[in-house]
Design a protein around this ligand. Structure first.
Ligand code: HEC
Length: 150
């Protein structure tokens, strides 16, 4: 297609640049959850460092009931449907549920054991995980043979 070697080279660089731009734009998609600006989670949601911190907090505080990475088991999953990208539950609702718990269920209130930033970090992790689950679901739809962990 491209006979001039300079153009050919640019083609490869161009594709690489597009991939880099897409990767950089990914967190913007993650931030599309819930109403931005009004719920205090903006400093955390979509930020890789917060997501990593949240992953560790989730492992220590939540995993034993909600299973690995919140994928559910004996307790509800937290990464699909109403909790997934574009789902009905806002960041604030997720925050409040974690902070206040669910009375008369095993779901305790974490508002004393964890600080507000820590709870937001967990929310950031769950939102990022939900995006990965959604991406894997899309990929599986396109290629049912795809060998995916998610
Ligand atoms: C001792 C087990 C246990 C632990 C630990 C636990 N949860 Fe839960 N969680 C539950 C149960 C049971 C429910 C379902 C409550 C109900 O019936 O409404 C629940 C519900 C929830 C919900 C609402 C889910 C829905 O579909 O309505 C969220 C969000 C949640 N938990 C987040 C967390 C997070 C984040 C942590 C860690 C900070 C955590 N939970 C720790 C048992 C637990």
């Amino acid at each position: 297609m491209f006979t001039n070697p300079a153009i050919r080279r640019f083609g490869a660089v161009g594709i690489l640049a597009a991939a880099v731009i897409l990767a950089a734009a990914w967190p913007i998609g993650v931030q599309a959850f819930g109403p931005a600006g009004e719920d205090g989670g903006d400093a955390y949601i979509g930020h890789p460092e917060a997501e990593r911190a949240g992953e560790e907090l989730f492992g220590r505080n939540c995993q034993q009931c909600h299973n690995t990475r919140g994928h559910g088991g004996k307790c509800p999953q937290l990464v699909r449907g109403a909790w997934g990208p574009g789902g009905a539950n806002s960041d604030r609702f997720l925050f409040e549920t974690i902070a206040n718990g669910r009375p008369n269920t095993q779901m305790g209130a974490f508002g004393k054991a964890l600080s507000a930033p820590e709870i937001w970090q967990i929310v950031a992790f769950l939102r990022a995980e939900a995006s990965r689950v959604a991406a894997a679901d899309r990929q599986r739809k396109a290629d049912p043979e795809a060998d995916l962990w998610y």
